[in-house]
Design a protein around this ligand. Sequence first.
Ligand code: KIV
Length: 270
Amino acid sequence: MSIQQQRPATSLSTLQKIRDRGEKFACLTAYDACFAGILSQAGVEVLLVGDSLGMVLQGHDSTLPVTMADMVYHTGCVKRGNEGSLLMADLPFMSYASESQTLENAAALMRAGAHIVKLEGGAWIANTTRLLTERGIPVCAHMGLTPQSVNRLGGFYVQGRDTEQAQLIIEEAQMLEQSGANLLLLECVPRSLAKTISELLSIPVIGIGAGPDTTGQIMVLHDVLGISPITPKFVKNFLLESVNGIPGAIEQYVQAVKSQTFPAKQHCFN
Ligand code: KIV
């Protein structure tokens, strides 16, 4: 067993301590056992079994077709390859529409190996967050660009650009923290908004397309390896500079997040 394999498992309290020390942590999506092993050995603190699998694995044009069966299957795969990272799993579209459905589906993800579930929304998921956390299921609330609402949002656009919308996101983020959310994820929001929220909240904030001021950074695995058909502004292909193939690219991503060289100016929305 290598030294890296012996590092203590990452828990929510590990992430909280990283935040409180003013340091950074790295997260990536993972969908199978092989990559889960590579990512966790490279020091990625959080593996997300994201419903982005609907787009990068299944070839859909949104995350809406992803089912609970898909999520349970891939969570089980990642659990078997994971070597000590915190495993987060997405509750997919319409799987948390009622209380009983939420409890049943979140429990299924936890039984499959998740340590925390992620759900998308603002004020309307406050009760759901309380329902889950009071029953021992940690929650990451996903705000900003919430891909499950792509039809209401009108596309995959940056959120919180005007003052009124930014203020609403700030207030809803605070509400979700008060409702018991353990982590907050901000997707595609201006850097200044992510910075304000990260400073106001006491829980760790994870960003994607949200600038360098959040405690954690997350990316879709296929994006950091440069194999996604589309390259959004906030994406960097770490495989291009790697001297050790895929494991080297992942190690460079982790280093870049921790040393705060990623995301750089060109990856941010202002
Ligand atoms: O599903 C996913 O991969 C995500 C990330 C984009 C944060 O939610």
